[in-house]
Structure formats: structure tokens, C-alpha cells
Design a protein around this ligand. Structure first.
Ligand code: DEZ
Ligand code: MG
Length: 304
């Protein structure tokens, strides 16, 4: 059963903050929607840091690299350090380099944007596709897409320039080579922009999942997969019992937190709403705490 926090009982927020030393923040729908900050988010991050809390950012948004995110945080006036940022683009690159140990003579076909390419380059992973202009021309369906055994994986992330050429190439590499890995940065169905919901990475992936069928399952590396937490653990010591994951989506953030043995706080400024928790269908994951917005923790500033 979730504990619903509200501003009538500020002491509940203080008790919550005292219980956890490490705060993992999802980004889209929690700190911001698109480039619009959620009201109070900047102030609350400052208040947590002032109380010596560790703050880390854990996002499924694969359109930006950690360095790109640092620039976004700087532009929004939020203190953040590159090694505090964990994105699904970084996690996917680390997965390919350190878990799959992709050999140097192999490459990845990418559906995704420059941030994902930057993280792959940083991990020494060769790739084709992505922002390559050749994939932005509309391929006539009868054109030959020769199989390429050196393409050892297809990696799919949010790509606002998706098209039939990219889907056809990804399909052919996977369909012609059963050994080719089918990977995704994440499977979020929607993206909470500041202009409302938009198709998310999972909706870019869907045509491939549908056309390839059940026999070619995809491995999604972002939340709720524990790979992101493994990346964090490799760099940061934290006690899971004194760590809380703050998110807006039940089937990524809250499942990720619970899977990692962390406490979870759901905010209602992004994807999830109260009806997801109280509706006829049981929620896929039940958060420990619920509050309307991360801005509600501003009460910390009213206390000594
Ligand atoms: O479609 C996507 O990739 C996601 O909606 C989005 O980017 C999720 O980002 P997060 O909420 O994990 O920061
Ligand atoms: Mg989110």
C-alpha cells in the first residue's frame, strides 16, 4: 500500500528526507517535461544537496549523452556533474562493451540520435546508421539490403527521424542473421514532452517487434532492467536501504527501484496518474510513496 504524502503534513516530507541518503531522480516527467522545468524541482535538488544528500540522475531518454545532459542541466541552472548522470544511451554502450564484449571487428546498426552515437563512440563501439544521412533517404522497398555478418547487433532508441529505410535495414540485419542481437535502450511507450505526450522509444521499437515476431525477443537495457543500477554501483557506493528512486512511470522507474531493493516515490507530473494506482486494473508496481510533484518537497526549505 502506498503512503500518499501531501502538503498538509509537511512533517511527512521531512521524515522521508531523513530516511534516505541517496536520491535517484528520473528526469522526463519528474524534473522537467521537454525543456520546461517542473515547478520547484531546481529548489528541491538544492535543498537535498544542502542536506548532504547524494543526488543521481537516471534517465531512459537515450537521445542525449551524459555530456549533453550536463549541458542541459547547466542551461536550466541545475547543479549536476557528468558522473552523476546515468542515461540509457550510456548503459547500452557499457552493456555492449563490458557485458557483450563486442569484438572490434563487429559493429552495431543503430536506430537513434547523436547522444546515443556519442556514448557508443566513447565506449569504442563501431556502429552504422544513426544520424548517417544515407539512412535519411527514403529507400524504395525493392532496393537490395545485403546481409552483413559484421553487424552483430541492432540497437534501437528514441529517434525523432525514424523512417522506413531505418526499419527495413534493422529488420534485414536481424531477419537474415539469427546471431544478430536485438537490443533497445528502453521501451517507454510514450514521452512526456512540454507540449503533451508523444510516442516514446518503445513506439519506435514496436514495428520491429511486430514484424520480427515473438521468436526474436528484444533486450531492453534501460529501466526497469538492472543494468542501469549495475552501472551506478560500479561508480557509487550507496546503501539500497537508504536509497530512494523518484520516478513518474510505474513500469520503468518504480519497477526499477523495487527490483533494486530501493524505496520508491512516484510523482504525478509525468506519465502515471492516480487512476493508474487506484483504477480497475492492478498497478504493475506499487510505489512506497506518492506525491503530486517533486516540488512538494520545498517544505524542506521552511524547516531549520
Ligand atoms: O521515450 C522515451 O525514451 C522516454 O519516454 C523518455 O525519454 C524517458 O525518460 P525518463 O523519464 O526515464 O527520464
Ligand atoms: Mg520519466
Amino acid at each position: 500500500m502506498s503512503v500518499y504524502l501531501n502538503s498538509e503534513k509537511p512533517e511527512d516530507y521531512l521524515a522521508l528526507v531523513d530516511k534516505y541518503d541517496t536520491w535517484l531522480f528520473d528526469c522526463d516527467g519528474v524534473l522537467w517535461r521537454g525543456d520546461s522545468l517542473i515547478d520547484g524541482a531546481k529548489e528541491v535538488l538544492e535543498l537535498l544537496r544542502a542536506r548532504q544528500k547524494s543526488v543521481l540522475f537516471v534517465t531512459n531518454n537515450a537521445t542525449k549523452s551524459r555530456r549533453n545532459y550536463k549541458k542541459k542541466f547547466d542551461a536550466l541552472g541545475i547543479e549536476a556533474h557528468v558522473d552523476e548522470v546515468y542515461g540509457s544511451a550510456f548503459a547500452a554502450a557499457v552493456y555492449l562493451s563490458s557485458v557483450i564484449k563486442l569484438s572490434k571487428d563487429k559493429k552495431v546498426y543503430v536506430i537513434g540520435m547523436s547522444g546515443l552515437e556519442e556514448e557508443l563512440k566513447d565506449e569504442g563501439i563501431s556502429f552504422i546508421g544513426g544520424t548517417d544521412p544515407a539512412d535519411h533517404t527514403l529507400l524504395p522497398p525493392q532496393d537490395e539490403i545485403p546481409p552483413d555478418p559484421s553487424v552483430a547487433a541492432v540497437l534501437v532508441g528514441l529517434d525523432t527521424a525514424i523512417n522506413y529505410t531505418k526499419l527495413s535495414k534493422a529488420f534485414r540485419y536481424l531477419h537474415s542473421n539469427p546471431e544478430c542481437l536485438f537490443l533497445a535502450t528502453n521501451e517507454d511507450s510514450t514521452y512526456p514532452s512540454d507540449k503533451g505526450l508523444l510516442p516514446g522509444a518503445g513506439s519506435i521499437l514496436a514495428p520491429l517487434k511486430y514484424s520480427l515476431g515473438e521468436s526474436r525477443p528484444v533486450t531492453a537495457i534501460g529501466k526497469p532492467n538492472s543494468v542501469m543500477l549495475d552501472c551506478i554501483k560500479a561508480k557509487h557506493d550507496f546503501d539500497p536501504k537508504r536509497t530512494i528512486m523518484v520516478g513518474d512511470r510505474l513500469n520503468t522507474d518504480i519497477q526499477f527501484g523495487k527490483g533494486g531493493g530501493l524505496a520508491t516515490l512516484l510523482v504525478l507530473t509525468g506519465i502515471a496518474s492516480e487512476k493508474d494506482l487506484k483504477g480497475p486494473t492492478p498497478p504493475i508496481a506499487i510505489p512506497d510513496y506518492v506525491t503530486s510533484s517533486i516540488g512538494d518537497l520545498r517544505v524542506l526549505g521552511e524547516q531549520a
